[in-house]
Every structure is written in structure tokens, then in C-alpha cells.
Design a protein around this ligand. Structure first.
Ligand code: MLT
Length: 198
């Protein structure tokens, strides 16, 4: 996968995994890393799928309807990429915090839904429930922050609450933060994520 790695901390310290929204690139969320933890290593990845020339992390059939087969395949691909990148770049695989927005939050959620110990923490900006009706791995010890919009037309408040419930039932500790700016990634939710992370 195409990525940027910045060794801003120590190999023993935390690493922030940045996952952009539809149409974004690995450069988009770099400013967020400085706000969340300026001393953490940064691994920012570009989604491997193109939708009308816009990078994404997995295919969708239409807006809000995921191609499940591709989602499963791309989640595995990202999971394996993380293992390989930690060997190559020398960061601690056990201390990865994902920061994802929209489609990037959805692939981060999918990592949590499919793999135990895929992420230590996850900051999910405007996520959806990646898959319905599956058993989640044991997520005890995983901390999740969800930033959701009470008027988000793409990721409804009910869906954000459903995601919180599913992750909590699997053992994760989940905090949810509400905004009223539709599907937008706002500075106030990034600041709320930074306080949560600290
Ligand atoms: C998705 O496809 O992951 C969601 O619809 C959010 C987005 O548009 O990226």
C-alpha cells in the first residue's frame, strides 16, 4: 500500500495510523497527528481502491452500501500491511492508534470487527457499522473514541450508537462525542479526540 511513515517518536512509543476519507490521500490527515500526539510516530496510508479516481479503502455498491466481499479482503490486506510495516519501519505493532475519517473510520472499524489486537485505540470520525450480524473478537483493553454528528446525513446518530453498543458488547471501552455539523470533520471534534487521547 502507498504510505507515509514519519518517525516522530521512539520505536517503543505509540504510532498513529491515519486513514483518510473518500477522495483523500495519505497527506490529508497529517495535521491531525500533530494535534492528537505530536510525539507519536505516524503511519498514513492511501486506500487501494479507486471510485471515479477517488481513493477509498474498500468498494461500495452505492452510498452507504458496502461491498462486503471487498471490505473483508481489504481489511485483511490492511491488517497484513500493518504487520509488515511494523517490521520494516520498526514501530511497536501493539501500540497503534487508528485515526480515521468517514471511509477511513469504516475500515478502522472493520479491523476491530475482524481481528483481535488489530488496534490498541481507535479514533473514529463519522463512522458507520462496517458489518452487521457477525461475532466480534474479544476487544477487552481496546479504547475507542467515536465523533458523530446528530445531523450527519451519511452516518446516522442511530448507527453511531449501534456501533458503540456492538464494540462495548465485545469488551471495548467506547466514548462518543456529538457534533451538529453534518458529516464534516471539525476542529472541535479533533480537539475532543485529543483530550480523550491525552
Ligand atoms: C463509506 O463508503 O465508507 C461511507 O459511505 C463514507 C464515505 O462516503 O466514505
Amino acid at each position: 500500500m502507498k504510505y507515509i511513515y514519519e518517525e516522530k517518536g521512539t520505536p517503543e512509543g505509540p504510532t498513529l495510523l491515519l486513514l483518510h476519507g473518500t477522495g483523500g490521500t495519505e497527506s490529508d490527515l497529517l495535521p491531525l497527528a500533530d494535534i492528537i500526539d505530536p510525539n507519536a510516530n505516524v503511519l498514513s496510508v492511501r486506500g487501494n481502491v479507486l471510485e471515479n479516481a477517488m481513493p477509498r479503502f474498500f468498494r461500495r455498491l452505492e452510498e452507504g452500501v458496502f461491498d462486503e466481499e471487498d471490505l473483508i479482503k481489504r481489511t485483511e490486506e490492511l491488517y497484513e500491511f500493518l504487520n509488515e510495516a511494523s517490521e520494516k519501519e520498526g514501530f511497536d505493532r501493539k501500540q497503534v492508534t487508528a485515526i480515521g475519517y468517514s471511509n477511513g473510520a469504516n475500515i478502522a472499524g472493520s479491523l476491530l470487527f475482524h481481528y483481535k489486537d488489530s488496534l490498541q485505540k481507535a479514533i473514529l470520525h463519522h463512522p458507520m457499522v462496517p458489518r452487521k450480524g457477525i461475532d466480534l473478537p474479544d476487544l477487552t483493553g481496546t479504547d475507542v473514541f467515536i465523533a458523530a454528528g446528530n445531523n450527519d446525513p451519511m452516518c446516522s446518530p442511530e448507527e453511531a450508537e449501534e456501533l458503540q453498543r456492538l464494540l462495548t458488547n465485545a469488551g471495548a471501552t467506547v466514548d462518543i462525542h456529538w457534533e451538529s455539523n453534518g458529516h464534516q470533520l471539525t476542529m472541535s471534534e479533533v480537539k475532543a479526540a485529543a483530550s480523550w487521547y491525552a
